[in-house]
Design a protein around this ligand. Structure first.
Ligand code: SF4
Length: 319
């Protein structure tokens, strides 16, 4: 039986693309690329429901390199959608060869996303990977040039002509395929969120070697920058716990003893001023009155009396 490989996020478009190809008697395998910006959770869950084999590949390392200077720029925030797709397809192409898949397909819909799903971008994504006319987009195929897959393995007339951002056709199709639950579109990629984008910009600017841990930390707490220091203040018990798990040996932690207090992490040089600011921020988000004792250090063994930081200072430091 002929086989095809589908890029799979777990979102409705990628589910429908897989169904449309399966419907034509092609064996479908799926591939998901993940990073801390877009985790594989949905893809794993939905592929199980669909009973389709899923290969997961962590592309974090290459992704960070690309994210510093994407050849085709960013979208509305820090989302380098065109380069992201190019990177994923480059890897998908290698894997397709390995499993002997005849062609690759995606759930892309013409005109659904302004940056990466207009005709020019779709063509560019193919060209940069040597996949000209070799990449099938079943949801919009009839609006795009005919591909090798349609000449040899699937019937173009049974593929679709969806265009634009409205989702009604996809919803109808979901009903036809009896797909009841699927994740909301656009819920997936943190790089499209304004607040997260600010933090990732700051991180890339201030750190040469960004790790997975750095990226996980961006999802937690309030973030502040003071010169070469990064200060992260937990917002609730759960975040405090996670911050402690993610802290490195060289980081200092801060807490106000005996009352409700955030856990704060101080990264970077432990100068007197940096310690004072981290302690003042901890005091500000604790239940303490203006002046309080703050414990700090690698193991909270030192202490400092501080007055909580003023709002205008917070504004200057906040990332
Ligand atoms: S939204 Fe995020 S995951 Fe999707 S193409 Fe853009 S950068 Fe890649």
């Amino acid at each position: 039986m002929k086989k095809a490989l589908g890029l799979f996020s777990g979102g409705l478009d990628s589910i429908l693309a897989a169904k449309l190809i399966q419907e034509q008697g092609v064996k479908v395998e799926l591939i998901n690329f993940y990073t801390p910006f877009f985790p594989p959770k949905n893809a794993i869950k939905i592929s199980k429901q669909l009973k389709l084999k899923l290969k997961k590949i962590d592309i974090t390392k290459d992704y960070i390199k690309m994210l510093r200077n994407p050849k085709h720029g960013y979208g509305s925030e820090m989302n380098p959608c065109i380069d992201c797709k190019i990177l994923m397809l480059k890897e998908a192409k290698k894997y397709a060869k390995k499993i002997n898949a005849k062609f690759i397909f995606t759930g892309e819909v013409l005109g659904e996303r302004p940056m990466s799903q207009n005709k020019k971008a779709l063509k560019l994504i193919e060209m940069e990977n040597g996949l000209k006319r070799k990449l099938l987009r079943p949801l919009s195929s009839k609006l795009l040039p005919i591909t090798e897959a349609e000449k040899k393995w699937v019937n173009r007339s049974r593929l679709l002509n969806i265009i634009g951002r409205r989702r009604d056709k996809q919803m109808k199709l979901a009903k036809k395929f009896k797909i009841k639950k699927y994740p909301y579109p656009s819920g997936g990629c943190l790089l499209t969120y304004k607040e997260y984008a600010k933090k990732i910009r700051d991180l890339l600017k201030n750190k040469k070697r960004v790790t997975r841990r750095d990226l996980e930390l961006l999802k937690l707490g309030r973030h502040f920058r003071f010169k070469n220091n990064k200060i992260i203040v937990g917002r609730n018990k759960e975040e405090n716990k996670k911050l402690l798990e993610l802290k490195q040996k060289t980081d200092y932690i801060f807490e106000v003893p005996n009352i409700g207090s955030p856990t704060t992490i101080l990264q970077g040089p432990k100068t007197k001023k940096a310690i004072e600011i981290a302690a003042q921020l901890t005091a500000r988000y604790s239940d303490a009155k203006r002046k309080t004792k703050v414990k700090y250090g690698r193991k909270l063994k030192r202490k400092l009396i501080v007055i909580s930081i003023k709002e205008r200072e917070i504004k200057k430091l906040r990332i």
